[in-house]
Design a protein around this ligand. Structure first.
Ligand code: TXA
Ligand code: MG
Length: 360
């Protein structure tokens, strides 16, 4: 790919400067790509109706065409450009969760380019609540297709610096609106299957979705969590391509520990000491509640936040993985978390980073 200069412009996340937004929107209208903040993670956007612009997303990320894109809109009227029929469930969910971190899979309308849907008969749509994302879509005058602004297979970016690290020289502009509030990607909910089913747990919890649609199904278990090889990756990848098990991985191996808090702490401590004794540089991700158990152990730990506050863990998870990567650790040991609320998404991302394997 040809190297281009990447500008980074700081924008006020709540009251973005109209001139900066217009500069980004005009690039998008010209068929360019732009990185912008959303409440979940940073996105790499292009005009959803310009195939040549969509091509640039795949080129910049190194993403295969088999992985479809989410289309971001600012008003419900735009839905009619994307889908021929808006199911009642979608209307109810939109009322409850839009704008916000919910992506709905809907029947695809005839105008939606194949590059957006990877040829699937469905289209993924989300209305973000970040003021910069909203201002950008409005100023562009078109829905914006955007995957997370990371290189393919890397952890999603929750700051402009993360996006710059992955995409410098490959995109003309990054809008820096500060750290993402939610920190994990949107929940992807399939409304085209017989029963509404979560394909990717994310920023809107299963419990919250069920207050509106009591029959929402959790994501299918992809495999027994202790298996060596992710055997079902291929079939699952065909149904929902972004759901491959090996995904969102940090550049260093991550070992995921599970069990009671006492078991996890003891196993992580023993494994960290064993590796440090061999001269390995080890990064250990724990919760605030684990800190006393590691004090005076000589093991370097980083807390993700309180285990009782999954929104704290979600908001810091990807940034912590990236900072350990940047610090040059050779392996990351991480505890697991309760599946309630945002915990389901946290567990999903940790399992993916761990290649589907649970340690200890
Ligand atoms: O929070 C988010 O969703 C972020 C921000 C930028 O909005 N975007 C994001 O996009 O995470 P991406 O491309 O990294 O993940 C999109 C997911 C993938 O798992 C993809 O396979 C799935 O949505 N997806 C997109 N269209 C689909 C479709 N028609 N059917 C099934 N899955 C679809
Ligand atoms: Mg992604």
């Amino acid at each position: 790919m040809q190297h281009i200069h990447t500008d980074v412009f700081t924008v006020d996340p709540l009251h973005p400067d109209a001139a900066i937004i217009e500069r980004a929107a005009s690039l998008l209208r010209q068929g360019e790509v732009v990185v912008f903040p959303t409440e979940t993670v940073y996105g790499l956007g292009a005009d959803a109706f310009q195939p040549a612009a969509l091509e640039r997303i795949f080129a910049a990320k190194g993403r295969p065409y088999s992985d479809p894109l989410i289309v971001h809109i600012v008003d419900e009227e735009s839905l009619s450009l994307l889908t021929p029929a808006i199911p009642l469930e979608a209307k109810l969910l939109a009322e409850a969760f839009w704008p916000g971190p919910l992506t709905m899979i809907l029947p695809r309308g005839p105008r939606v380019p194949d590059l957006v849907t990877s040829g699937f008969p469905t289209v993924a749509v989300r209305m973000p609540r970040h003021p910069v994302a909203q201002a950008l879509i409005r100023a562009t005058g078109s829905p914006i297709a955007a995957p997370s602004a990371n290189r393919f297979m890397h952890v999603s970016p929750t700051t402009a610096q993360h996006a710059l690290g992955d995409l410098e020289g490959r995109v003309p502009l990054i809008l820096d609106g500060g750290p993402s509030e939610v920190g994990v990607e949107s929940t992807v909910l399939d409304l085209c299957s017989p029963v509404p089913t979560i394909l990717r747990p994310g920023g809107v919890s299963l419990e919250a979705l069920r207050t509106v649609l009591p029959n929402v199904q959790p994501p299918q278990k992809r495999q027994a969590e202790n298996q060596e090889a992710p055997v079902e990756v291929q079939t699952q990848a065909q149904r929902s391509p972004g759901q491959m098990l090996i995904h969102y991985a940090p550049a260093v191996p991550l070992l995921l520990f599970d069990g009671s808090e006492a078991t996890m702490r003891a196993a992580m401590l023993a494994e960290a000491r064993r590796r440090q004794a061999r001269g390995e540089r080890v990064g250990v991700l724990i919760a605030d509640e684990d800190v006393p158990a590691f004090q005076g152990s000589g093991v370097r730990t980083h807390s993700l936040g309180s285990a009782a506050a999954p929104e704290q863990i979600a908001a810091s998870l990807f940034a912590c993985m990236r900072s350990l990567e940047a610090a040059g650790v050779q392996v990351i040991l991480c505890r697991s978390f309760d599946e309630r609320g945002l915990g389901l998404a946290i567990r999903d991302r940790l399992l993916k980073a761990a290649g589907g394997k649970i340690w200890g």
